[in-house]
Structure formats: structure tokens, C-alpha cells
Design a protein around this ligand. Structure first.
Ligand SMILES: Nc1ncnc2c1ncn2[C@@H]1O[C@H](COP(=O)(O)OP(=O)(O)O)[C@@H](O)[C@H]1O
Ligand SMILES: O=C(O)[C@@H](O)C(=O)COP(=O)(O)O
Length: 409
């Protein structure tokens, strides 16, 4: 195995896996540390965790457990995958996890590289932008669980980490970077470097400078160029589509997902709104929703709770975590019923929502197929190869994403 990757949520795992596959490296994804003895037969092994929103202590210990397992399986390089929008709170987990893994692997430095230009995430002068808008002014400022209120990566990382973070000036050449590195190594035992990543073409230079580091951290933006650097065979991915009934489940409240729901509806797709207030009051139940879905079997239906920021804020007066838990549980219940009823295509939008569904379905690992859009692959459970799963990060995909997902799975 070349790369051992830990991802802080499930869709983050499928996102980075898709780019390794696109670059030509065979990849498997596991939900949590698998209890299998032998090393997976793949060049990349991604372990999807739930460390983005976990408490700090569990997040660090789960990450270390996964890194140690990957080390035992022979991984030569390690990658900590977090969100391309650096989703975390000031008490967040990116810093503590990266610090602990640096110590575990005994590396003096690594990079912080959330950039993913193909999906509009860019880093300029150490600040993160979403489609050209500074992170804290982008729709991420309204995220239900991890609202992002700063765009400067040093300022985001400093409160979370014990080690300093330094920006690499955008115009620095390799020699200047090496000089800066030597100086930093004299001054600090461990530290982070923040390179700029503005255009897809920058990837090559980044991989040249940092691609051989034992530990890398970031979004999925380095996986494709890294895979190309190491690839042994041209093809990875590629699976036959299934034509079985599909269910689409959306818990993401991102602008991207809400537009995708709108486009699906406008093109005549069947939808059903899972109303959080009715779910809490008991007026809505999983049984009732399942009756509606069953009536449409054969025709794909999209069940969503996604709503506008002001509505989400109102509903969260009932308790942010409680609402999220209630919705995620109901969504996982529906996914489980769908699989039992022989729906073989399950398409989910939202990182936490996908994590809840993946956990409930309980597949230990997935083969990674082709991507529906950058960072969103078709995945086939190792245990049941009739099934096609798609887990979409909330912010990813064009407006016709759900239509594309139906036509390609
Ligand atoms: N209408 C709603 N009101 C409040 N919270 C919601 C609503 N719909 C979904 N949620 C919750 O918001 C969170 C969205 O997070 P997630 O699924 O990770 O999406 P994203 O990928 O956009 O971050 C989930 O915990 C979900 O249960
Ligand atoms: O890096 C990314 O943007 C995604 O892989 C990701 O983690 C997005 O988070 P969710 O929208 O919560 O899935």
C-alpha cells in the first residue's frame, strides 16, 4: 500500500478516494478501522472516521488508532483529509488530530492544503476562498454545525494547534521555500506550512515540493496529482450501472444541495420534504414516509430536510444537536428500509447525513468506481456488489447532480 488516508467524515473519504482512482491508483474505503487481519489489496486505503464533529479526545484517539492500523498494513505515506472549507470550530479537531499524528509519525512538518480548485476552493496568501468569495463570506458562514467565520488559515489553525503555522509566500520559488524550511526547522520542533493553491496547474509544483512527505494534510486537492506521480496502471474504477429502483436522501442545507433539489423538482423528479418540526412533534414518522416512498417504487424519489439558513436557525431553537440527530436517524432508517426492499441505488447528500446512513447500513468497505462529479464517486460495498452508493459532500456537484447520479449509477 502506498497511501494510508484518514478522513474526518464519510463523504470526505469518498471524495479523496475518487481523486486517487481518477489518477489511476486502486483504492478501497473503509468505514472505521476494519477488523481484517491482512492488508487490503489496493494502493490507497482510506479510512473514513467521524472526527469532524466528535469530541476532541475521541477524535484524536480514533485518528491515531487508524494511523497505527495503516502503518501496520504497510502504508508508506499518510494523508489526513479534512474539508476543503476547513470545517471545524475554534475548539475544532483539525489541529489536535494533525498535531497528534505528526508526533505519532515523528515528522517535523507537514502542509495544510485545503485547496481544491476544480471545485472552486482556492488558497491565496494563506486565505481560503469558495468560488472566489472569502470563506467567511461564503454560504459556509451559515453551516448548521460548523459555521466558518474566518478565512485566514493561520487564524483558523492557531487556536486549535500546539504548533505554529506559516504561510509560504505565493511567489516563492523552490529555493526560497527550502531556505524558509531550513530556518523553520532550526527554530521549531514541529510546524505547518501553508502553500497557496489557486489554480489546478499549481498542483504539479505542490506535489513536486511536498509529494514525498511522509505526512500530508488537506482537502482532496492533492490526491489526483499524487496518484499520477505514483500510478502503476492506467485504469481504476469503472463498474456496470444498476437499473434497480433508487432512493435519494438529502440532509445537507448547503446552497449547492438546495439548488440541486430545486433542479430535480423542476425536471419532474418526485420529492418529499421531511419536516423536522413534524418529525419532532411526532406528526411525521418514518412509517408514514416509507408508505409514500413505497407508493412510488419503480420511480425514484428524493426525500430531503434541506432548508434555507433562516429556517434552519429557527428549527435549531429546539436544540441544534437534537434536531440533527433526529433527522440523521430518520434518514438512516429510510436508507435501511430501502436496502431491505431491494432498492439497489442509494444516493445521499450531506457529510454528516452520509455518515449516519453509512453507519446504519454497516458495510465495512467499498470499492471506488468512476465519479459523478469531481469528488463524488460511485461506490460498491465489498459485501454486496449489487448495490451502488453515492455519498455527496453537501457543497459538491452542479445543479443537475441528482439527475446525473440517477443516469450514471
Ligand atoms: N431543516 C433542517 N434544520 C436543521 N438542521 C437540519 C435540517 N436539515 C438537515 N439538518 C442537519 O444539518 C446537518 C447538515 O450537515 P451535513 O449532512 O454534513 O451536510 P453538509 O455536507 O452540507 O455539511 C445534518 O446534521 C442535518 O441533519
Ligand atoms: O473536502 C470537501 O469539501 C469534502 O470532502 C467535504 O468534506 C465536505 O464536507 P460535507 O459537505 O460535510 O460532506
Amino acid at each position: 500500500m502506498r497511501f494510508g488516508v484518514i478522513a474526518d467524515d464519510f463523504t470526505g473519504g469518498s471524495d479523496i478516494a475518487s481523486f486517487f482512482v481518477k489518477g489511476g491508483l486502486s483504492t478501497v474505503l473503509y468505514t472505521g478501522v476494519p477488523d481484517i487481519g491482512e492488508a487490503p489489496n489496493a494502493e490507497v486505503c482510506v479510512i473514513a472516521l467521524k472526527t469532524r464533529t466528535q469530541n476532541r479526545k475521541d477524535a484524536v484517539s480514533n485518528s491515531l488508532e487508524a494511523i497505527r492500523w495503516l502503518k501496520e498494513q504497510g502504508a508508506k505515506q499518510f494523508y489526513i483529509k479534512y474539508c476543503s472549507t476547513f470545517d471545524s470550530t475554534p475548539e475544532g479537531n483539525i489541529g489536535p488530530i494533525c498535531d497528534a499524528v505528526m508526533e505519532e509519525l515523528d515528522v517535523p512538518y507537514t502542509i495544510l492544503c485545503p485547496g481544491l480548485p476544480v471545485n472552486g476552493r482556492t488558497v491565496r496568501n494563506g486565505c481560503l476562498y469558495v468560488n472566489g468569495v472569502p470563506l467567511h463570506q461564503s454560504p459556509m458562514k451559515n453551516h448548521p454545525l460548523t459555521p466558518m467565520r474566518n478565512s485566514d488559515l493561520v487564524r483558523l489553525m492557531d487556536p486549535q494547534s500546539s504548533f505554529p503555522s506559516m504561510k509560504i509566500p505565493a511567489d516563492a520559488n523552490e529555493e526560497e521555500v527550502n531556505e524558509q524550511l531550513a530556518k523553520l526547522q532550526r527554530e521549531h520542533t514541529r510546524f505547518y506550512l501553508i502553500p497557496d493553491y489557486e489554480k489546478e496547474e499549481d498542483a504539479e509544483k505542490l506535489v513536486q515540493m511536498f509529494g514525498e512527505l511522509k505526512l500530508l494534510t488537506g482537502g482532496s486537492g492533492l490526491a489526483y496529482p499524487l496518484a499520477k506521480m505514483y500510478k502503476h496502471h492506467a485504469e481504476a474504477g469503472g463498474f456496470e450501472p444498476s437499473h434497480s429502483p433508487a432512493i435519494l436522501l438529502a440532509g445537507s442545507c448547503s446552497e449547492a444541495t438546495r439548488n440541486q433539489i430545486k433542479e430535480f423538482e423542476q425536471s419532474g423528479g418526485k420529492t418529499y420534504f421531511m419536516d423536522p418540526l413534524k418529525l419532532i412533534s411526532g406528526e411525521e414518522t418514518v412509517e408514514r414516509m416509507w408508505d409514500v416512498i413505497s407508493q412510488h417504487k419503480g420511480e425514484s424519489i428524493l426525500v430531503y430536510s434541506s432548508d434555507a439558513p433562516e429556517k434552519v436557525r429557527d428549527i435549531q431553537q429546539q436544540g441544534k444537536e437534537e434536531v440533527a440527530e433526529r433527522l440523521e436517524k430518520a434518514t438512516a432508517d429510510l436508507a435501511e428500509r430501502a436496502v431491505q426492499a431491494e432498492f439497489h441505488r442509494i444516493i445521499v447528500a450531506g457529510g454528516e447525513t452520509s455518515g449516519a446512513v453509512a453507519k446504519r447500513l454497516g458495510y465495512k468497505g467499498y470499492h471506488i468506481g468512476d465519479s459523478i462529479s469531481p469528488g463524488v464517486p460511485i461506490m460498491i460495498p465489498i459485501e454486496d456488489q449489487r448495490i451502488r452508493m453515492v455519498f455527496k459532500s453537501g457543497n459538491f456537484g452542479k445543479p443537475d447532480f441528482f439527475l446525473q447520479a440517477l443516469s450514471l449509477t
